[in-house]
Design a protein around this ligand. Structure first.
Ligand SMILES: N[C@H](CCC[C@H](N)C(=O)O)C(=O)O
Length: 292
């Protein structure tokens, strides 16, 4: 089958966007994996599907699949690209767009400066911080650039590494580090992502607090690996920082792919607002096997 797609990115988190407003493409997880494949397909962190509104209360349905083919509840950077996409293709003329996701309804607001602000809903914290005994980790391969025993913030980690667990509709485990550039993302990321503690797996955020209104963040994303930015990860990380008393309520989040602005009032009933860029990179067509 031949399908048309649009390649987009938000702070370097990249997407293949599919227009299913005129009918379903009926793709399988293997099709999504092929579309996301950076050698045999288009290449993307996630595949975003734009579908008609399932109820009168919203304008569209927003469906998200990770590069591993699995469907997930939410994607923040993708939500901003979703807003750009439906406006650029004339699927709506609204500046304020409500979309149904597996995590509930979110509201996308196009701003005059060309960025997009998204009401991402409320964070849901798990009560206790979770200790991970890193002594269970295998020593890192020589030349991997990582230090063993696990060095976190310059300290050999024999003690547990603690993570804060918070949902933005999708699950996040956030740990504090002194310097994201030397954080053991390649080692701790996959280990925590697929740890039995998280039966649905989890996105793993490495948060460096620079100031009360400024953080740096790297995220090892569930079903993808490390991405250049993670919108829900930025929301989760700021919520953890605010809840730990380390951050004010409006924070600049510097990721490897760009800058996001996150605001959260600090109460459980307060939604998290995320603002950032959304860019169309190119349009294309790809031939996919009918059955995969
Ligand atoms: N990997 C995530 C989905 C995409 C999240 C990220 N790309 C964002 O911008 O929020 C998960 O499995 O929950």
């Amino acid at each position: 089958m031949q399908i048309r797609f649009t390649k987009m990115q938000g702070a370097g988190n990249d997407f293949v966007v599919l227009d299913e407003t005129q009918g379903r493409l009926n793709l399988t997880p293997a099709h999504y994996r092929l579309l996301a494949d950076r050698h045999f397909g288009v290449g993307a962190d996630q595949i975003l599907s734009v579908r008609p509104a399932p109820t009168p209360e919203v304008d569209f349905e927003y469906v998200i699949h990770n590069a591993d083919g699995g469907e997930v509840q939410q994607c923040g950077n993708g939500a901003r690209c979703f807003a750009r996409y439906v406006r650029e293709r004339g699927l709506t003329h609204k500046d304020r767009i409500r979309v149904q996701t597996r995590a509930g309804v979110i509201t996308l607001q196009l701003t005059p400066d060309g960025e997009v602000t998204v009401d991402m809903g409320c964070p849901v914290f798990e009560p206790a911080r979770v200790p991970f005994d890193t002594r269970g980790l295998q020593p890192v391969p020589q030349g991997s650039g990582q230090k063993w025993p696990l060095m976190l913030d310059g300290q050999a980690q024999a003690a547990p590494v603690f993570v804060s667990v918070v949902s933005m509709g999708n699950p996040h485990a956030v740990l504090l580090v002194e310097d994201v550039d030397t954080a053991p993302v390649a080692q701790l990321g996959p280990w925590i992502e697929s740890h039995p503690r998280f039966p649905e797996r989890v996105n793993v955020g490495f948060l460096q607090v620079v100031a009360r209104d400024h953080v740096r963040l790297r995220v090892y994303e569930r079903g993808v690996g490390e991405t250049l930015a993670c919108g829900t990860g930025a929301c989760a990380a700021v919520a953890v920082g605010v809840r730990l008393g380390l951050l004010d309520h409006a924070v600049q989040v510097d990721t490897r792919g760009g800058r996001l602005r996150i605001a959260w009032g600090g109460r459980d009933a307060d939604p998290v607002f995320m603002t950032g860029p959304a860019t169309t990179v190119f349009e294309g067509q790809i031939r996919l096997p009918d059955t995969l």
